[in-house]
Design a protein around this ligand. Structure first.
Ligand code: FMN
Length: 221
């Protein structure tokens, strides 16, 4: 697959079939993704791949917990600044509109939004997931390295005919994830990622992007 095609066909897929993901495909993807760059080659990512019975158990525990309204675990990093300023606030609200209108959910229908959001903890039906951790002693540049690594994983998954959804939502129930993967205490959970084959019956609206001149400045002589 052409790199441009991998980039443009990747999107946060929120509906997967139960077709199993071959272990060999995951090994190919994660072996190649290890070539992602990182400052001084620290390779600060710690990845746990979860499938089968442990994933079923995690989905059950997390979904039941969220449905019961158990409070989120205390945060180990801030997901978003409490007051998002312009233009981020507008972009976030455009995304919310796209996400929920695709599912026929009205803006003010908080309960339906919650029901849709709870699918996060069922991995949107995906039969595989990974959890990306970082050492708590590392700093902002190493967190950026995680982003490069995760995007590399997501693009390689496209080459295997697979789709993904990165999910910070998992950090809100990080202790439930820890019950399943038992990470060492020095690691912080950045995010999960659902992985599988797309369920084409789940409607979606492709999220938009700002025009080039809003985010890119060419400084030319
Ligand atoms: C670090 C990160 C965390 C995300 N967390 C979630 C999440 O918890 N749940 C979710 O449904 N989507 C999540 N997303 C997906 C974004 O909403 C999505 O990437 C964005 O709206 C752009 O849409 P696209 O990826 O389909 O192009 C996350 C994306 C990133 C990069």
């Amino acid at each position: 697959m052409d790199v441009y095609e991998a980039v443009t066909s990747r999107r946060a897929v929120r509906g997967f079939t139960d077709q199993p993901v071959p272990r060999e495909a995951l090994e190919r993807v994660l072996s190649a993704a290890a070539w992602a760059p990182s400052g001084s080659d620290l390779q600060p990512w710690h990845i746990y791949v979860v499938t089968g019975a442990p994933l079923a158990q995690l989905k059950k525990l997390a979904t039941e917990r969220v449905a019961a309204g158990v409070p989120w675990d205390e945060r180990e990093y801030v997901m978003y600044p409490p007051a998002l300023k312009s233009p981020y606030a507008e972009r976030r609200s455009a995304f919310g509109k796209e996400r929920y209108s695709a599912l026929g959910i009205a803006r003010e229908d908080w309960e339906a939004r919650q029901r849709a959001a709870i699918a996060n903890w069922d991995c949107f039906g995906a039969p595989a997931a990974l959890f990306c951790y970082i050492d708590r002693d590392l700093g902002l540049p190493q967190w950026a390295d995680l982003g490069m690594y995760l995007q590399t994983v997501m693009l390689l998954l496209r080459a295997e005919g697979l789709h993904s959804c990165p999910q910070m939502a998992w950090s809100q129930v990080r202790k439930t994830v820890a019950e399943i993967v038992s990470p060492p205490a020095e690691l912080i959970l950045f995010c999960g990622m659902s992985i599988g084959y797309e369920d084409f019956t789940v409607p979606y609206i492709r999220t938009g992007r700002a025009p080039l001149d809003e985010t890119v400045t060419f400084v030319q002589g």
